[in-house]
Design a protein around this ligand. Structure first.
Ligand code: ATP
Ligand code: MG
Length: 242
């Protein structure tokens, strides 16, 4: 048992959740390593949602509310770390949940679907993909027509740079959550939230519920006032000051 006054309690709990996810066949082996890279950046950011991340979360929440067909892409790490928040965000925005994996297997997709349904998700896309993202050779190319393929706004927590680029090329608005402000994902997404998914997704839920009161013009203003390049510079500055 880990004492809850341990200074690294939250970080250690996240590791435990991922290891558990791995044992259950939800998270891929490489997902554990990817989490380690994320942890290093989180350490440098002070393990808090910084002002630049809050700014991006607000823009991302506006974009999700403005989307005609918004979709939340789910992978094995987010399913292990924050499945409740994913379902809450889907409920709050009306965005569809679609499982999309780099290390895809029918079994892993099915297990992640079960996790999401357990948390109350009604519709889960991902099994039986019927479309492919052009110009992408990884398993991540497999998507559904009704979900990611037709979407105009996609939230991609813990993304791979290749797919972010391909989705942007398809004309979609991509909201990425990535702790590394230097990654290709961060650099190519439309809106990058440099924050831990475990903080950013619950924050997105809160923000969406607040912004719901606004009209379309006001949401457009929030979305239009966001500059990803500038915001990423702020993220790097924040790391350098530590
Ligand atoms: P890219 O493909 O964008 O160039 P990469 O190849 O360096 O990035 P990947 O292995 O594709 O990285 O994906 C892991 C990314 O996810 C890393 O950038 C890491 O910082 C980020 N990451 C890991 N865990 C979390 C987390 N809990 N919250 C947010 N981001 C995370
Ligand atoms: Mg990558």
């Amino acid at each position: 048992m880990m004492p809850d006054d341990h200074p690294r309690y939250k970080s250690l709990k996240e590791r435990e959740a991922l290891i558990e996810g791995y044992k259950k066949g939800i998270t891929a082996e490489a997902g554990l390593i990817a989490h380690g890279r994320g942890e290093a950046f989180d350490y440098l950011l002070g393990e808090v949602t910084t002002p630049h991340a809050k700014f991006a979360i607000k823009a991302g929440a506006a974009a999700l509310l403005l989307g005609e067909n918004p979709v939340i892409s789910v992978n094995g790490n987010t399913a292990a770390l924050c499945p409740d928040a994913l379902v809450e965000l889907s409920d709050a925005t009306g965005a569809k949940l679609e499982i999309n994996l780099f290390y895809r297997s029918d079994e892993r997709v099915k297990k992640i679907e079960e996790v999401l349904r357990d948390k109350g998700a009604k519709d889960v896309l991902g099994p039986g993909p019927d479309k492919e993202i052009e110009g992408l050779s990884s398993e991540r190319r497999k998507v559904t027509r009704e979900g990611i393929y037709k979407s105009d706004v996609v939230l991609v927590p813990l993304e791979d740079g290749d797919r972010t680029e391909a989705l942007v090329k398809m004309g979609k608005k991509v909201i990425a959550i990535d702790l590394n402000p230097l990654s290709r994902t961060a650099q190519t997404a439309t809106i990058t939230i440099v924050d831990n998914v475990t903080r950013a997704i619950p924050e997105l839920v809160k923000c969406v519920n607040e912004l719901k009161k606004l009209d379309k013009e006001e949401l457009l203003e929030i979305q239009g006032g966001f500059d990803n390049e500038e915001n990423l510079k702020d993220a790097v500055k924040c790391i350098r000051k530590l």
